[in-house]
Design a protein around this ligand. Structure first.
Ligand SMILES: C[S@@+](CC[C@H](N)C(=O)[O-])C[C@H]1O[C@@H](n2cnc3c(N)ncnc32)[C@H](O)[C@@H]1O
Length: 697
């Protein structure tokens, strides 16, 4: 009767329409257990090679070290007959997990749910086996049977041919034979002892420590040998080939040794740094708890520690073990994995809808934009669309996000990313051509434009020479985009400007330029806006600007380099302090010109009248024929103003905004107004246009 009920239950399970996949770790475990038992292969080697199956050693090891007991339980429950559709290898792996693993099964796949319904019976059968144990403990020679199959363990000797295993995992032959049970019972004593310390699994931290020591040994050997080689090699070459002897020879050789030492140190440091893998949860389809459940199915272990400060968190991230992951310190939808997880994530295509690989630094701009749920947002430079989709998640897929991209190819990628989010409307256009007319009611703008990309990891590892001309052009474009955001959309309340550049020219200087010419927007303190500890801000060389902007830095945040500034529209009648200070400076600059003109006129008059010589001393005092001049005060003002004009005003030969205007027009010999002057500009050549198109995205 009971059997019939269970059969019905199992039929119900297998008849369900929705197919939930079996966790990869169980699938892999079946493969290795079968290889070890059926084909008697040395799976230890195979497991070592399979770097993606992290939990494998433990799961497979558990099954194989308890194989007889598992077989006995499987047999006593008669699962082969009761659940003919249940893979016997899988059933045994799951029984092993229930009895000797965590005690719970991962996921809701059909086989898992099927075995789960026998959970109590599995435990009862196991208990029964243990109770019978003393009586059967004397069965001769049975301890060998309890050992790992030979293919698995380096500790074990020969493996006895296992009749049960050779039935193709069906196990039915064994199920009926009391013999098997007796054997299994008999070995329990031995294997139970072995269970206490799982000999198969070397704890992860021990393995990591062992590798660290090994690498240290390798590098220290290199350190104590290669510099000598460099020293004597150089000495030999200098003497034999170039006939350089004596002191110059020694200097050259020492230099070669020092360079070698430094190269080795750099290589070691480079090995030591492994940036973590940041993974964002697509909160549009999955919440944090759901994400944790999915990851548990994949045998990832959540580090559930709380950190007093950001430094402690960063240190813990650096020491994440291969199977561990953590929640991020700042962002609730971000998870942090060790560097070694990269291969897992590139293979885990079945999780790509629920999780997105995105560097933590890229979440700063979107979080700082803080769009309210049903607001209208404009992402001016959107492709490939990671920030756009994050905005959509933050807005719970409600409201409207205009995602603009001008590059055709990148626009296609943007469309793919955006397709799952109804809130995103993609627009293939130059965002400078769009205004409130086409995109009405925009309240929040993200400006994440093309930049030099000097914050990208590979560019930090192998730095490129700084191309000032290119930086200047990029800065011009960036200035123009932010200014456009501030002036083309009257309803805009908040703007976030971000780059993945570490150059001030593209960051603080652009922000300063924009604030100087747009009094109606002010710069917010981004650190305060973030609301949590953040180590790096901008340069103090930009008063009222630098300290309000954030930098993400590889060395402190383990992220790519990123710069973020947050602007907010000023209340009516209020202007930002950078604008006001600049206006004041402009005034004094104009006054300086006025004084200067006056002084020049007075001088000319004096020259005409008296034919005397005039010069300005170092201190700015006027002297006439070597004597202090009556109008020396005027000259001092002139001198001070001149100083201001070169040091504080920093009126550049070509300003950022000039470049911006040039970029804006892109016309042949157009007249543009720059700092009040009209200049003629040349049209961008085809080559320049091409270069521009290939700028770092
Ligand atoms: C740094 S990427 C943006 C990355 C994107 N925000 C993300 O997180 O996925 C800069 C993008 O802006 C686009 N872009 C540059 N100038 C633009 C303009 N004037 N109008 C529209 N898109 C522009 C580039 O083609 C490039 O795809």
């Amino acid at each position: 009767m009971e059997a019939v009920e269970q059969q019905d239950a199992s039929a119900r399970y297998f008849a369900r329409p929705k197919k939930i996949p079996l966790p990869t770790n169980y699938r892999n475990a079946i493969k290795y257990v079968r290889l070890a038992i059926e084909e008697q292969r040395n799976v230890q080697e195979l497991l070592d090679q399979d770097r993606h199956f992290r939990a494998g050693r433990t799961i497979v090891g558990r099954v194989l070290s308890n194989w007889p007991k598992i077989e006995a339980v499987y047999a006593s429950l008669d699962l082969a007959a009761k659940e003919p559709r249940l893979n016997p290898w899988l059933a045994k792996v799951l029984i092993s997990e229930l009895l000797f693993g965590s005690g719970r099964l991962v996921g809701n796949s059909l086989p898992v749910e099927c075995v789960q319904q026998y959970e109590q019976q599995v435990h009862d059968a196991h208990k029964e086996l243990l109770e019978k144990m003393p009586a059967a403990g004397h069965v001769k020679g049975t301890h060998r049977f309890a050992s790992f199959p030979r293919g698995l363990s380096f500790r074990m000797g020969r493996r006895k041919k296992n009749a049960n295993a050779s039935d193709g995992g069906n196990g039915r032959a064994a199920t009926e034979t009391a013999n098997t049970v007796a054997k299994a019972v008999a070995v329990t004593a031995t294997s139970e002892r072995e269970d206490e310390v799982d000999p198969y699994t070397i704890p992860l931290h021990s393995r990591q420590a062992a590798f660290a020591i090994l690498w240290l040994l390798v590098y220290s050997c290199a350190m104590f040998t290669l510099p000598f080689g460099a020293f004597y090699g150089t000495r030999h070459v200098l003497a034999d080939q170039f006939q350089i002897e004596g002191f110059p020879n020694t200097c050259g050789s020492v230099l070669a040794a020092v360079v070698t030492v430094n190269v080795i140190i750099m290589l070691y440091a480079f090995r030591g740094f492994r940036e973590p893998r940041f993974v964002r949860i697509n909160t549009n389809v999955l919440d944090l708890e759901g994400a944790k459940r999915l990851l548990a199915e994949e045998q990832w272990m959540l580090v559930e520690e709380r950190f007093a400060n950001y430094g402690a968190f960063i240190e813990r991230v650096k020491s994440l073990a291969d199977a561990e992951y953590m929640e991020d310190f700042h962002f609730p939808d971000l998870l942090v994995f060790p560097n070694s997880a990269k291969s897992f994530w590139s293979r885990a295509t079945h999780l790509h809808d629920q999780f997105l690989l995105q560097n933590k630094a890229c979440l700063l701009p979107t979080y700082l934009l803080k769009p309210s749920k049903k607001s209208v947002v404009l992402d001016m430079c959107a492709a490939p669309g990671l920030k756009t989709t994050h905005l959509a998640c933050l807005m719970k897929n409600r409201g409207r996000i205009y995602a603009v991209e001008r590059s055709e190819q990148r626009y296609q990628t943007l469309c793919q990313y955006a397709s799952a989010f109804g809130v995103i409307k993609t627009i293939h256009s130059d965002c400078l051509d769009l205004t409130d007319e086409q995109l009405p009611g925009v309240e929040f703008v993200l400006v994440d434009p093309s930049c030099s990309g000097s914050g990208m990891l590979q560019r930090q590892i192998v730095p490129e020479p700084v191309d000032q001309e290119r930086l200047f052009k990029l800065a011009g474009l960036q200035y123009k985009l932010v200014s456009h955001a501030m002036n083309a959309f009257p309803a805009v309340r908040r703007i976030v400007y971000s780059t993945c550049s570490l150059h001030e020219e593209e960051n603080e200087r652009v922000v300063q330029g924009v604030l100087r010419h747009n009094g109606h927007f002010r710069l917010l303190d981004a650190r305060k806006e973030l609301g949590k500890e953040w180590p790096n801000v901008g340069s103090p060389d930009y008063p009222d600007v630098g300290e309000r902007c954030l930098y993400a830095k590889t060395v402190d945040d383990l992220t790519i380099g990123m710069f973020v500034a947050v602007f907010e529209r000023c209340p009516e009648g209020v202007q930002n302090e950078v604008y006001l200070a600049h206006e004041k400076q402009k005034e004094s600059y104009e006054r300086m010109h006025w004084y200067s003109d006056k002084a020049e006129r007075a001088l000319a008059e004096a020259r005409g009248k008296h034919q005397r010589t005039y010069r300005t001393s170092e201190r700015g005092e006027g002297e006439l024929n070597g004597q202090p001049e009556a109008n020396a005060g005027v000259m001092a003002v002139q001198h001070e103003a001149a100083k201001t004009s070169t040091t504080e005003l920093k009126v550049p030969e070509r300003s950022v905004q000039e470049e911006g205007v040039q970029e804006a027009n892109g016309l042949e010999n157009v007249e543009v107004e720059v700092n009040g002057e009209t200049k003629t500009k040349k049209k961008r050549s085809k080559k320049e246009k091409k270069e521009k198109a290939s700028e770092h995205e």
